[in-house]
Design a protein around this ligand. Structure first.
Ligand SMILES: O=c1ccn([C@@H]2O[C@H](COP(=O)(O)OP(=O)(O)O[C@H]3O[C@H](CO)[C@H](O)[C@H](O)[C@H]3O)[C@@H](O)[C@H]2O)c(=O)[nH]1
Length: 228
C-alpha cells in the first residue's frame, strides 16, 4: 500500500516524502511542477536513499487522477498541492480558486470511487484571516477546502480526515534552513498514521519556545455545516 503525496515536489511535500521513504513507506508523488522543479525529485531520492513513483500532472481531470488509483494500491493521501503565493493571482481569482479547489474536489471524487477515504490536508493559519487586514485568496481557499472536506466527511462518515493548520506565529518554522522542518514532517506522518475511519479532526501546528507542537482544536470550519 502506498501513500499518495500531492504537491510532493514542493517544499513541505518533498520533506514529508523524504521522511516517509526513510521510514519504509511506498510513496507516490503527483505534482504538476507549477511552483517546483524536477530537481527536487533528485534531492528526495538522494536524501532518502529510495525511489518513488511520479505522476507529473494536474489533478483537474478525473480520468487522469483515476489512473493513479487504478494503477496503484493507495492507502491514503497527504494533500499539499495548491498555489500558495497569491501575488500573481490577486487579479486572477478564478484561476487561483480553480487551481486550489478543483484539485481537491477531483481528488475527493476519485478517492471516494476507489474507496480510499483517508486524507491529511495541509491547511494554514490563513484560515484565520490576515491579522485583521482581511482574508487573502490563500486563506479563503484554505477555508473553502476545509469546509468541502468537512462536508465530504459528513456525507460519508467512512472518511477519515485530518486538517493540519500550520501556524507561523511566534517564530518562522517554515524557513528552508530550519531543522524543525523534519519535526513538522513527523507531525504530518503521525497524523496520517493515526487517522481512523469515521473521524474528522483539526490540528494546529505551532512553535513555542523552539518546540513544535500539534494541538487538536475545536473545529470551527465544521460549525453549522450540518444545518446546510
Ligand atoms: O495545481 C497544482 C498546484 C501546485 N502543485 C504543486 O504543489 C506544490 C506546492 O508546494 P510549495 O512549495 O509551493 O508549497 P509549500 O510546500 O511551501 O506549502 C505547502 O504547505 C503549506 C503549509 O503552510 C500550505 O499548506 C501549502 O498550500 C502547501 O502547498 C508544488 O510542487 C506545486 O508544483 C500541484 O501539483 N498542482
Amino acid at each position: 500500500m502506498a501513500v499518495l503525496v500531492t504537491g510532493g515536489a514542493g517544499f513541505t511535500g518533498s520533506h514529508v516524502c523524504i521522511e516517509l521513504l526513510k521510514r519504509g513507506y511506498e510513496v507516490i508523488i503527483v505534482d504538476n511542477f507549477l511552483t517546483s522543479t524536477a530537481q527536487t525529485l533528485t534531492h528526495i531520492r538522494e536524501q532518502s536513499g529510495h525511489d518513488f513513483k511520479l505522476y507529473a500532472m494536474d489533478l483537474e481531470h478525473e480520468d487522469m487522477v483515476a489512473r493513479i488509483f487504478k494503477e496503484n494500491e493507495i492507502e491514503g493521501v497527504i494533500h499539499f498541492a495548491g498555489i500558495k503565493s497569491t501575488g500573481d493571482y490577486k487579479r486572477k481569482p478564478i484561476t487561483y480558486y480553480h487551481t486550489n479547489l478543483t484539485s481537491t474536489l477531483m481528488l475527493c471524487k476519485v478517492m471516494s470511487k476507489y474507496n480510499t477515504k483517508k486524507m491529511v490536508f495541509s491547511s494554514s493559519e490563513g484560515f484565520y484571516g490576515d491579522n485583521g487586514a482581511g482574508t487573502t485568496l490563500y486563506g479563503t481557499a484554505k477555508t473553502m477546502i476545509e469546509r468541502i472536506l468537512k462536508e465530504v466527511y459528513l456525507e460519508d462518515p467512512e472518511w477519515g480526515i485530518k486538517i493540519m493548520r500550520y501556524l507561523n506565529n511566534e517564530e518562522n518554522i517554515y524557513t528552508k534552513q530550519d531543522i524543525k522542518v523534519e519535526e513538522m514532517c513527523s507531525m504530518y506522518i503521525k497524523a496520517f498514521e493515526e487517522i481512523e475511519a469515521g473521524s474528522f479532526d483539526t490540528y494546529e501546528i505551532s512553535l513555542a519556545n523552539k518546540q513544535i507542537s500539534t494541538t487538536k482544536i475545536v473545529d470551527y470550519a465544521g460549525y453549522g455545516v450540518e444545518n446546510i
